[in-house]
Design a protein around this ligand. Sequence first.
Ligand code: HMG
Length: 384
Amino acid sequence: MDIGIDKIGVYVPKNYIDIVELAKARNVDPNKFTIGIGQDKQAVPQPYEDAVTMAANSADSILTAEDKQALGLLIVGTESSIDESKSSAAFLMDLLDLPEDIRSFEIKQACYGATAGLQTAVDFVSQNPDKKALVIASDIARYGIKTPGEVTQGAGSVAMIVSQNPRVLKLTRKSVYMTRNVGDFWRPTFSKTAFARGKFSNEVYVDFFNTLWKKYQEKYSATIDDFSTLLFHIPYTKMGTKALRTLEGKIPDTKYAELTEHYQASIKFSREVGNLYTGSLYLGLLSYLTNAAQSNEELLLFSYGSGAVGELYSGEIQAGFDTIIDQNSILKMLDNRQKMSIADYEKMYQIEYQNGTIVDPQAVNSKFYLSEIKENERLYKKLK
Ligand code: HMG
């Protein structure tokens, strides 16, 4: 049975900051941020947006009434959880008007969460071929003002429906994975911002990629000629370039040039949005599908979540995928965002809603939003 991604949609907040303006405000040469890090813009969420509201927005962009009736599993991958107990998935049940006979939960493993969800969903559909699964990645990447990680922040959500006979990406079921206890990046429960050993995290990422690529070749007698495209987890767009560069000189020059060109197509959206944490690999997939992909291409996808778990797996783009993805709406959403000054971004960064907050819907610019915190419970609404 063929199983994979049948639909994919994205949500990014409606405000962004310009990376050159951020560089100037931090007294850094703008080339360091645009070339050295590889970013142009960074999505900035409003205080009424969080992992739940962004997840609802991305899922809402792809779900039909028919999909909802066929769902048997809902998984939210996030490391920006809003509750230590209740999962983001439970909040989505009424926001998205989903039927009750769904198994739903949240998965956390840094940026690997959505891939864990995706592979779990594939197993679920193989056991329940008439059912579909909804997998959502939703995160706010935060390191703090004036930290080295600030330029690698971002926010957004990617939603995917997994089913049999997928119309976007069939997963070949060829996959290798690994876990090591590594202290490269972490966010203790008391902290809104992440801590990172930045340079060390880059080294671990590249080492995981190299180790998994070796494993994949051995396990499946694969060569680089089996693939036209490598997609990477993209915390910032230079990161995937660093991993890709480790292949230079080890594979034919023409293949390296092809992979490099395709990587450029896969990072277009990330340059505009920044790190989505667990959604980053899938924003890259969407960027590639929207900007360059061809039917029947074989892709290799590298998922990495600090802490650390990595997985390298493959998929085949399905004929007609471009008729399934709402490319115009995605491009419009990116184009229609409003730039925010660095001063306004810094002010908004400090806002943290407390118990008793009631949000005025007139001031909201997102279909789903945090409407109130009452008795320390976060309550959500959909704009009429
Ligand atoms: P930094 O201190 O700014 O690094 O931190 P740098 O000084 O080495 O500069 C970065 C690059 O800019 C270098 O290029 C410089 O040469 C270049 P590279 O050697 O890397 O190729 N540069 C310039 N280029 C052009 N013109 C100039 C110029 N000046 C310098 N004038 C760092 C950068 C990424 C470490 C920092 O932003 C950070 O700590 N970020 C957060 C951690 C991170 O993103 N790690 C990635 C791997 S871990 C991961 O992917 C998981 C994650 O997504 C979390 C999860 O799983 O949940 C993070």
